[in-house]
Design a protein. Sequence first.
Length: 173
Amino acid sequence: MIHIDDETPADAGGRELLLDRVMPNRRTKPSERLREGRMPATGLAFVARDGGMIVGSVRLWHVMAGDRPALLLGPLAVESHLRGKGVGASLMQVALNRAELAGHAAVILVGDPEYYARFGFVADPASGLHMPGPVERRRFLANELVAGSLARAEGRVEAHGPDVRAWDLRAAA
Ligand SMILES: CC(C)(COP(=O)(O)OP(=O)(O)OC[C@H]1O[C@@H](n2cnc3c(N)ncnc32)[C@H](O)[C@@H]1OP(=O)(O)O)[C@@H](O)C(=O)NCCC(=O)NCCS
């Protein structure tokens, strides 16, 4: 039985192995420029577990979308032999519910609108924003958890999450 759970530090190895299997090219993506060297937003990293195995992952990251605070969602990944069973949808629903409960106003991502529209993602609110690298406009999507939170937002999306090195130093202190 598969269930969605908060990611723990002990999950990092299994999550990376899953992502390497499912998305071998993920490090080349413009979204990765917003994640590298950063910690995900507190309480907004989730895994799908099947017994002791991690079979799905999604995380959310602090960014500034122009002058608006927002979250970047991704990568979303599910083990290939378990696709089409709603694991991706469950990860998305938990991630969006928790982001909303935590008071976040908007989530952006780069992904196929044919998949993400069902979770409320559309291109229009992101139309004035630019990722740090080329992305297809139709795949640059936003979900305004608070209506109008990205209205007239313009400019670059920039990383805004805690720096991993600062985090390591704090943990060591
Ligand atoms: C995208 C992904 C996370 C979906 O996980 P999942 O557990 O299969 O998702 P769900 O079971 O909730 O939904 C499956 C449905 O979404 C559809 N779907 C999946 N990916 C899709 C896509 N890129 N575009 C359109 N539809 C898609 C499936 O065809 C299926 O449709 P159905 O319900 O009509 O049969 C999974 O396919 C995956 O890990 N892909 C590789 C990594 C990736 O591309 N991640 C997204 C980065 S943008």
